[in-house]
Design a protein around this ligand. Structure first.
Ligand SMILES: Nc1ncnc2c1ncn2[C@@H]1O[C@H](COP(=O)(O)OP(=O)(O)OP(=O)(O)O)[C@@H](O)[C@H]1O
Ligand SMILES: [Mg+2]
Length: 226
């Protein structure tokens, strides 16, 4: 099958954060190429810059210097609006801390990324995705009524609702027990395979990392092939 997902190129990427007087350099000359449709695990210790990296690849944030091309597009040359549109049409993001909107129900959270939120097809797809993560009976619940693992599964379903061809997942099984984690990984793998999508997944699980095509480690601000 032809991969539909975009390639990702990082060339000499620097990213630091200002903290008062100090600047904290997180990525320093990070470079890597991910081919279209490839599945890559990102490893690295806490605080090494894994979430920072996903934010940059999604265009949520921009590097201080260096280049990031996704599907050949240099994200820094896009306007903020075009980066939002790019994310909306291509990127599924499973946030480390879920980022579910507390005032919306589970179903409404899932429908939010869709353009025609009221459409019957959207509803059907949302309910099918909820069923595939084992939460078909929680559609009307509010996120704060769910356990951490349940919120994580809602976040995964939401990331997949618009059929992204680039999936960025930040520790998607971090809050799940072995069996639920296994089911969720199989779901992600199946959807990525069917869509020919590119996958970058941050994980501390060697097991999950071992199922990917490649492993990159964030090491002192650089990306190192394992
Ligand atoms: N918005 C921010 N402002 C200031 N510092 C930040 C910001 N975001 C991240 N950092 C710092 O940058 C470093 C990298 O953070 P990041 O969240 O990318 O790490 P991580 O590898 O995802 O860690 P973890 O495994 O704990 O999730 C950390 O030291 C963090 O404190
Ligand atoms: Mg993180």
């Amino acid at each position: 099958m032809n991969p539909k997902g975009p390639s990702i190129e990082l060339i000499d990427v620097d990213k630091s954060y200002r903290e008062g007087e100090r600047t904290h350099a997180v990525l320093r000359g990070a470079s890597a190429v991910v081919r279209a449709g490839e599945r890559v695990a990102i490893l690295g210790p806490s605080g090494s810059g894994k979430s920072t990296l996903l934010n940059l690849v999604s265009g949520i944030d921009l590097p201080d210097s260096g280049t990031i091309r996704v599907g050949g597009r240099d994200l820094a040359t896009l306007s903020e609006r075009d980066r939002t549109l790019f994310r909306r049409s291509h990127v599924g993001f499973v946030f480390q801390f879920f980022n579910l909107l507390p005032t919306l129900t589970v179903l409404e959270n899932l429908l939010l990324p869709l353009e025609l939120t009221g459409s019957e097809r959207g509803r059907e797809r949302a309910l099918a995705l909820l069923a595939s993560v084992g939460l078909e009976d929680r559609a009307a619940a509010f996120p704060d009524r769910l356990s951490g693992g349940e919120q994580q599964r809602v976040a995964i379903a939401r990331a997949l609702i618009h059929g992204p061809d680039l999936l960025l997942a930040d520790e998607p099984t971090g809050n799940l027990d072995q069996d639920t984690g296994e089911r969720v990984v199989e779901l992600l793998e199946a959807l990525v395979r069917d869509a020919g999508a590119t996958l970058m997944v941050v994980t501390h699980s060697r097991e999950l990392a071992g199922r990917m095509d490649r492993i990159l480690t964030v090491d002192h601000g650089k990306l190192v092939e394992v």
